[in-house]
Design a protein around this ligand. Structure first.
Ligand code: SAM
Length: 226
């Protein structure tokens, strides 16, 4: 388990505290629509932190080629139709480039600044000239509006129970996922990033914002910095 990360509930828990069974149950939201609107048809997408393929599957159905990367072999076992690579994202160096690199699921908010740097360098290293990186950020009130809960279309109640500062700008976040027959929890470290801090982090990795894709600025299209 990564330090500061953990999870409880049935089945395998990944090093960042995610439950394989939970992600197999959660339906996809608007992620494929946002992605498809921002990239060329038929693009080859390098999806970092794919999990069981919740987003991979609809991307394949839309005609994209996807290479799915995750550090959890048990997550990747459930991905079908895509090439899979089991690796920590920070260490990934495929010697290949892709039209699109996808870093979703708020991974850019890694608790450890050095891990974040390495994640973003992985994105830059694998992007073809003229390509783009799509990043999903936390909403601006992610850490302020706690506790909060919503019911997912699958019937899962998703609660952000707490977000507590743990020093040096990182927060420890507790999330709970409750189905009628099973409950999972995840604790993870998250480093809030203002728009300015996020853009600085991109610049450090040789990237810059091309445009924010959604009004809430949670989805970003980044390109090679000038
Ligand atoms: C919250 S889940 C989301 C999975 C998928 N993106 C989705 O939306 O369904 C995060 C996934 O990223 C993987 N992950 C997290 N940090 C990682 C890292 N540094 N390297 C490789 N995989 C990582 C976890 O194993 C997990 O499968």
């Amino acid at each position: 388990m990564r330090e500061g990360y953990g999870g409880t509930g049935p089945g395998v828990i990944t090093p960042d505290g995610c439950a394989v069974e939970l992600y197999s149950r959660l339906p996809v939201g608007d992620e494929p629509d946002v992605i498809a609107a921002a990239v060329p048809a038929g693009a080859h997408i390098l999806e970092l932190g794919s999990g069981v393929g919740r987003v991979t599957r609809p991307l394949l159905e839309r005609g994209f080629a996807v290479t799915a990367v995750d550090e959890s072999p048990q997550m990747l076992e459930r991905v079908s139709g895509a090439r899979t690579i089991c690796s920590p994202i920070e260490a990934l160096d495929l010697g290949e480039t892709f039209d699109v690199v996808l870093l979703a699921s708020f991974l850019v908010h890694a608790g450890d600044t050095e891990v974040r740097r390495r994640l973003l360098r992985t994105c830059a290293r694998h992007m073809v000239d003229g390509g783009c990186v799509l990043i999903q950020r936390e909403g601006e009130d992610f850490h302020a509006r706690v506790p909060r809960e919503r019911v997912d279309p699958s019937g899962c109640t998703i609660r952000i129970v707490s977000s507590e500062p743990v020093g040096d700008g990182a927060h420890s976040v507790c999330a709970e996922y409750e189905f009628p027959d099973a409950t999972w929890t995840q604790t993870f470290l998250s480093r809030p990033l203002s728009k300015e801090q996020f853009e600085e982090a991109l610049e450090e990795a040789g990237l810059r914002v091309d445009r924010y894709l959604t009004e809430d600025r949670m989805w970003v299209r980044a390109v090679r910095g000038s």
